[in-house]
Structure formats: C-alpha cells, structure tokens
Design a binder for this molecule. Sequence first.
Ligand code: GDP
Length: 424
Amino acid sequence: MVTAVVGANWGDEGKGKITDMLGEESDIIVRFQGGSNAGHTIVNDYGKFALHILPSGVFYNHTTSIIGNGVALNIPDLFKEIQSIVDRGVPKPKIKVSDRAQIVMPYHILFDEYEEERLAGKSFGSTKSGIAPFYSDKYAKIGIQVSELFDEELLREKVTGICEKKNVLLEHLYHKPLLVVDEVMATLKEYKEMIEPYVCDVSAYLYEARKEGKRVLLEGQLGSLKDPDHGIYPMVTSSSTLAGYGAVGAGIPPYEIKRIVTVVKAYSSAVGAGEFVSEIFGDEADELRKRGGDGGEFGATTGRPRRMGWFDAVASRYGCRVQGATEVALTVLDVLGYLDELPVCVGYEIDGKVTRDFPTTSLLKKAKPVYEVLPGWKTEIRGITEYDKLPENCRKYIEFIEKELEVPVKMVSNGPGRHEIIHR
Ligand code: GDP
C-alpha cells in the first residue's frame, strides 16, 4: 500500500506535519522530487525542526527514510541535516539513497546565484540552492548520478566535458572564475566517501518491500501550483510536485499509489514571485502573517516573509484535481479564529467573465478575485479533538471548502503539534 502526501497550493501547506503524523503508521518514507530548496517544519516530542532534504520519517525508530531517484541530492546538506537532528537527541535514522539520484554540485549553486544576479529585478526569486541548474543538467544529460561516482575514469571524462561547456558561460556570460577538472573531481571523491554506506537500488528495495506488505509513504515538496507542467509556469519549481510523479521519482508502479492525501491550507500563502489572485496586502496581510503557521509565516529555508491571501477555492480545487486527491487534510485552521468574517475566493473574473476554472498563466495575470464572505467563529479551536465540538461557523467554513474542492476533507489540523488533528 502506497500513500502520497502532497500539497494543493503554493507549498507550505503543512505537509511536514501530516507526513510526520502518517509516518507513525508507515514502514518506509520516500522523498521523490525537489531538493533542499524548500523546507518542512515539524514539531514533535524532540522539539521543533526544519527539514530540507531528509524525509519527515527520520524521527521514528521503525521507519526507513529514502531519498528517491527524482530528488536533487545535495550531499553536504544531507549530512549536515542528519548531524543536526542526531545532535538534538534523535536516534540515528535509517537512510537509503537511490543509486540513480543525481547530485547537486557546488557549481549548480553558483550558477543559480549568477543567474539571479544577471536577471536582477526580473529574477524568479530562486532560493539559490542550485535546483534549476541541477534539473537543467539532468535533462541535458550532463548530470552526475550517484552510481557514476564509482567509476573514476568515466567520471573524469564526463567532468572534463562538463567543465568545457560550463566554462564558456562562466567566462563570457557571467564573467566569473572557471571550473577546474581536478577540483570538481576532488569534490566528487569526497561525496563518494560520504554517500557510499547509504547507496541502494531503491526501486528494487521498494519492490521487495511491497511484496512483504510494507507501508510506503511518498512525501511531496511544494504544491500543485509550483508544478512545472500544471502550475503557474514559469514561476514554478524545476521538478514535478504531483503525486503522479511519485511513481517516477521513487521507482514504483503508478497504480500502487492508492491514497493521495492532499494538504490544503485554510488560507493562502506563497513565497517568491508569481500570480496570486487572492493575495492581500497591508495591515490585513501583516496580521495574518504574524498569526499564521507556527510563529508566523516566514519561509523555513529562506526566512523570507510569505505573501498572504484568503482561501482560494479556484486554485485549491484545481490543485486537488491535478494531484488526483483521494482525500484532503485541511490545515492551520486554528489561525483564523480572530477574524469577524472570512472571504473565500470562489471565482476569477477575467475580461468581464467569471470562471471557476483555474486558467493558464497569461490569463491568470488578468484574473480578479470574486469573493463570498463567511462569518467567523471568534474562538480558539486548538485543543478540540472532535469535529462536532468545533464552533458551528467553523464547521460551516470547512463544509463550504469541502463542497468547493469536491474532495472529502478527512482531517482538520488545528495546531502544529503531531496530535493536534481532528479526524472526520
Ligand atoms: P510544508 O512545507 O507543507 O511542510 O509546510 P511548512 O512546514 O513550511 O509550513 C507549515 C507551518 O505551519 C509550520 O510552521 C508548521 O509547524 C505549521 N503548522 C502545520 N499545521 C498547522 C496547524 O494546523 N496549525 C498551526 N497553527 N500551524 C500549523
């Protein structure tokens, strides 16, 4: 049985918490895309942690954590992260890294920085973790797979070709120091020694695990609207954020993914540039940002203040559809208890016409939000564990959202803690 936990929005929906919770009843937890560019925040018995590359299952003794082939593997970051949790008393996690995962190189990070610098005001708001240059190289077939670390001769030949190509750009486009083959090889040798004990044929491992009836959890990063195909291109990430890609990025058959828990946030937030129809500004946004998440809406990796907005039913319904959501986990609902009323974006007005369908980016630029306003509940809902005990207006808000999403809301999260959850 394979379950996926993915986001329906712009990321930061609270997937980390839901994965951490579902991890309790899983045997294997797999990261299948992205890199250390985004982060999950997890609050559990050991404290509060920001994970960037490690799967959220690392806090359990009974789970194996896997970095799948679809991930952008930053080896030093992985090691730093393992060390940082072990230093805080978490038992050393069982980790396996796919032999088909590709490696984020220091030059990917430099190219990311150089390109942002070159684009200046027109930049994509990259986290400068090298993710876009990494995936560009992967698909241009000049990426370095973990398996390639083990044949030095072939590796040197490949690195020589890479340096030749990159140095043209470094010299003529960016005017920056050039790459040196021996230096790149020395880095790769170091990486090989670090990663060797963890390398695994993950697809074969998962095949055997599924035969033994093991429960596998796929952990997505970011959300539907950041998917390079179905999101707000070009203000997207560079690997697919969809549950469907879980099959590719982990190496399992698509039909095995039976349960797709899609995490939807009870209001909107986004990091970086890009279309955001229900965005709010000024004091209204500051108030929500200050109260949002667990201690304010600021990026887990970058610390950047997140952009804020009201719940967007158009974007979220689309986000659930492209994920193939079988159920929704609605999160951070507790934050909204201060509001007298809650606007919900139920349509986009584009060129004078109102639509409920999420359009492509060029039309999205023209979209204006159409709101329906719901009454607030004006109380603290943290600590409530039964759905029926929620205030009536709060239940009405959930049920309104559920109707808009056209997917059952099976979990409502009313606090950052592992057990602050209401099952329906
Ligand atoms: P992710 O990338 O989807 O895992 O999301 P983040 O971890 O970046 O952002 C979610 C933030 O909200 C974190 O600080 C969580 O601790 C917090 N959080 C998750 N669920 C809830 C909730 O139900 N209520 C509150 N108040 N905070 C939550």
